[in-house]
Design a binder for this molecule. Sequence first.
Ligand code: FAD
Length: 361
Amino acid sequence: MDDCIIVGGGLIGMLAARELSATGLAVRLIERGELGHEASWAGGGILSPLYPWRYPAAVTRLARYGQARYPALARCLYEESGVDPEWEPSGLLVPSASEYDAARAWAEQQHVELEHLDADGMRRCEPALAPMGEGGLWLPGIAQMRNPRLVRALRVGLAGSRVVVETGNPVQGLRVNAGRICGVDTARGPRAAGQVVVAGGAWSAGLLAALGPPPPIRPVRGQMVVFRAMPGQLQRIVLHGDRYLIPRRDGRIVVGSTLEEVGFDKSTTGEACTSLTQAACALMPALSDLAVEHQWSGLRPGSPEGIPVVAEHPRVRGLFINAGHYRNGVIMGLGSVRVMVDLMLARPPVIDPTPYDYPVM
Ligand SMILES: Cc1cc2nc3c(=O)[nH]c(=O)nc-3n(C[C@H](O)[C@H](O)[C@H](O)COP(=O)(O)OP(=O)(O)OC[C@H]3O[C@@H](n4cnc5c(N)ncnc54)[C@H](O)[C@@H]3O)c2cc1C
């Protein structure tokens, strides 16, 4: 019997496995497919909510926790796995100053560096961008990571750890006895544990539905495309309206993203490709000379206000949920895992868990 089973091997499940194992617990991570092949692979890896001043304090709290710790985690994962997750302090440029007052108030409160640039400043900053005629906002402290590399580094790190990893094994049900979790049923048979964590991303509500009304976590499809540009052609993350450009170290430029309520359909569409490409070329005209190298999609675990549920189940002791990170699971993941591990081990919380409580439905 394990101390703890984690259901779902996305970024949240893998980070949770890593942290729980580090406390000395015997941890089993069960994934129905491959580790890190769903939303956590598909994401852009921007280490900040977009327009961070628009978000509730509960999101900011987890994001700030992650921002302070990702550089060290990236170094540590690189040393452990030989895979560089490419933490890169690219900064975020917003070529519009219409939200300057709100952004400045937020930045002052959070001690985040924010600059207002005029049109000339914008041009000097990123000459490859189309002139927009107005100034913009510059947040130099915002970094990025490359998702496929981050999940690969975590996967390799786990392979060399004490965590028992089962892939290709769907969890089919939760085993409860007298109001206490005692394990899970899987396609390969039952697995017993004293504690279970549901980290099933967009699929989490389905895993919890047999125990009463689940939290309102739903899939929200996001499509992305990537261009293969030259290294340095664009240096900063650029956010305009609901579209963004992320320059990777090797010159590739990732363009995101759509927000689509289409259930668990992960297909990509020509319409999204056209819309993303047009937005990207309008922002950076040189992209018009390049073909889209690849298009993909992922299912975000959507939740009200983007606040994840990180809590013990109200009716089943020992069953914990860490899901619903919506658009910001990479940057909120470290903080949400910290909240969860503190709850599981009954440690004094480093972050107040109240905003992430299981919703009473
Ligand atoms: C296009 C796009 C862009 C994004 N950009 C960013 C960004 O720039 N910054 C940021 O912070 N976040 C971003 N995100 C959000 C972020 O990727 C997600 O919030 C995060 O990856 C969620 O992680 P997760 O582990 O909860 O979910 P997932 O990665 O989806 O993992 C859940 C896992 O659970 C497994 N599972 C489900 N059911 C079962 C079962 N019954 N048995 C066993 N296993 C099961 C699944 O197979 C899956 O591997 C983006 C997401 C998308 C789609």
